[in-house]
Design a protein around this ligand. Structure first.
Ligand SMILES: Cc1ncc(COP(=O)(O)O)c(C=O)c1O
Length: 387
């Protein structure tokens, strides 16, 4: 009766079941995996956000497929004018943006290239559109995070329609270098592929480095779709607003926008209050960002201090909300994660959640409140040295 696309094996895996048991036991538990920005005690300009949403015009429905022009202008300004407002498409989330783009670019059984390790939702987002993901490494090689162009090019075939890249990447925090971005653009141009650039963490970079790319918005060597949204830029995932900034050679861009307009017109999914509020919400982003960056930087420093001299090493990152910790291979990622839970009530993610191509890595959320994060980091150091 049901589609093959939805034939997932549902239910708790071993780690999920162990965490449930840990919480039910009533013992103190420490969760270093929380990435919901509204659940970690960060200060927010609540009054201004509520005021932005209380717009008198919200009682009037004026459907516009790509969204209200003022909201699209605010997104174009957020991108420093690298794209015009008419190149901005509002969506209800970045996830929805992926779904729209896969509909635009791929037929059933076509392929999109996605980085590993990275965001674990790609298989679902593509699978729900009937599209296959093929992975390419954007992984840790001694000394840094490198995009493996050899592997990427070898995996392009006649069914490939797009390359997805995430910069800063989740969970590694790796940013594309300028020369890597240029090379990606020329591969996409030469092979007739679209480039989807997920920049949802672009505002959360620890130190700006000239060799690292800040944004691909507005580049026109190939058809480019840059994704961003309020979930990360304003820590407001509950408002459901994101965007696509499209650019590219005029003929391709024109066709893409004309087709996308019909796709979004079929759903009209972005709610009016958030569209009206978007210019004011984006204007609040610096105020929202300051305490967040203090938390991310503070927790990274705590992690580095706690792990110094232990068998665990935090891998360098340029930005983002997570930290990757390399740990001894024994007893294996899953066993170590289960052991941290049963011995210490500590929850962290194993690297395989994010498709790390090798073992052994753990992933922790830098959004965690400072005091809890410090206790968790000390436990990680002690566990790395334990037999
Ligand atoms: C890389 C990346 N892209 C997209 C998203 C989803 O964002 P949205 O809430 O806009 O769907 C996330 C959420 O964690 C993410 O990590």
């Amino acid at each position: 009766m049901f589609s093959r696309r939805t034939s997932w094996s549902v239910g708790l895996n071993r780690i999920g079941a162990a965490w449930d048991a840990c919480r039910r036991s009533g013992r103190p538990a420490l969760d270093l995996t929380e990435t919901n920005p509204t659940a970690v005690g960060l200060p927010m300009p609540d009054r201004e956000i509520r005021a932005a949403l209380a717009d008198d015009r919200l009682m009037r429905y004026q459907p516009t497929p790509f969204g209200h022009p003022a909201a699209r202008e605010a997104v174009a300004a957020y991108h420093g004018g690298a794209v015009g407002w008419e190149q901005v498409i509002l969506t209800a989330s970045t996830s929805e943006a992926y779904a729209l783009l896969f509909k635009l670019l791929a037929d059933p059984d076509d392929r999109v290239l996605v980085p590993v390790p990275s965001y674990p939702l790609f298989d679902y987002l593509a699978g729900l559109e009937g599209v296959e993901t093929v992975s390419y490494p954007f992984a840790w090689v001694e000394g840094g995070w490198f995009l493996d162009f050899g592997a990427l090019e070898a995996r392009i075939d006649g069914r490939t329609r797009a390359v997805v890249v995430v910069s800063p990447n989740n969970p590694t925090g790796a940013m594309l270098r300028q020369d890597e971005a240029d090379r990606l653009l020329s591969i996409c141009r030469d092979r007739g592929l679209a480039l989807i650039v997920d920049e949802v963490f672009a505002d959360h970079v620890f130190t700006a480095t000239p060799s690292r790319l800040r944004s691909l918005a507005g580049r026109d060597e190939a058809l480019v779709f840059v994704l961003g949204g309020l979930s990360k830029t304003c820590l407001l995932p509950q408002l459901k607003a994101a965007w696509i900034a499209a650019s590219g050679p005029a003929e391709q861009l024109g066709q893409a926008l004309a087709r996308l307009e019909v796709v979004v017109d079929t759903y009209l999914s972005v709610n009016t209050p958030v569209q009206l509020a978007l210019p004011r919400l984006l204007a609040l982003r610096e105020a929202i960002r300051a305490p967040l960056m203090a938390r991310l930087r503070g927790n990274r420093a705590v992690l580095e201090r706690a792990l110094r001299g232990s068998a665990a090493t935090p891998l360098p990152a340029h930005g983002g909300w997570s930290a990757v910790v390399r740990v001894p291979r024994e007893p294996g990622e899953e066993e170590r994660v289960l052991r941290l839970m049963t011995r210490h009530g500590l929850r962290v993610h194993p690297g395989f959640f994010f498709d790390f191509p090798t073992e052994a890595f753990l992933v922790v959320s830098l959004l965690t409140p400072e005091e809890e994060f410090g206790r968790g980091a000390a436990l990680l150091a002690a566990d790395a040295d334990a037999p």
